[in-house]
Design a protein around this ligand. Sequence first.
Ligand SMILES: CC(C)(COP(=O)(O)OP(=O)(O)OC[C@H]1O[C@@H](n2cnc3c(N)ncnc32)[C@H](O)[C@@H]1OP(=O)(O)O)[C@@H](O)C(=O)NCCC(=O)NCCS
Length: 170
Amino acid sequence: MTLRLRPVRRADLDMLERWWGDPETQGYHNWFGFSPDGQLRRRFEQDGLLGEDRGNLLVELPDGNLAGDVSYHAVYHGPNPGSRAFNIGIALLPAHRGQGHGSEAQRQLAAYLFAHTRVERLEASTDVGNLAEQRALERAGFTREGVLRHAQFRDGEFHDMVLYSRLRGD
Ligand SMILES: CC(C)(COP(=O)(O)OP(=O)(O)OC[C@H]1O[C@@H](n2cnc3c(N)ncnc32)[C@H](O)[C@@H]1OP(=O)(O)O)[C@@H](O)C(=O)NCCC(=O)NCCS
């Protein structure tokens, strides 16, 4: 048995609010500051965190424990709908890192998005120093494309990011 992805339920919201508001849970490479109070609940009321352009799924282990969440948001490489791609992300709880869940969860998210949307291209970008995520993406079938210089402002400075992609036919 392996992990599975599942939608966020109303009963998960308190927990998710705690995760997203805690720098240690998010991890050094994934902490961008606090979110306004109520923002998560407003998003949940709008689309259950399964929006057309943005969404989140929880990572559930075979024993029922939750290991973290994965996310997607739309990015456009042209003004037309056909140039829409998804950028994916992940945050595992500290206790569940380093056990291969990162690659499996992102592999499953890619399969889910290709199965339920028409996008051709998935992307993921991560800090040049986040070697675990780079390796996890490679194991999930993503290809390294290059470095985006000073693309992300985090923790008081700009960071270079490595860009990965996975195409529908890969
Ligand atoms: C990044 C993250 C998703 C990786 O998932 P994970 O389940 O912890 O990683 P895995 O167990 O799948 O390990 C991935 C690979 O990276 C390697 N790795 C782990 N830590 C490493 C490090 N510090 N340096 C080099 N390689 C490392 C592992 O050995 C493994 O390689 P292998 O398959 O060749 O053995 C997870 O650690 C996490 O959620 N971290 C906090 C949030 C975050 O950084 N999210 C990504 C932001 S873009």
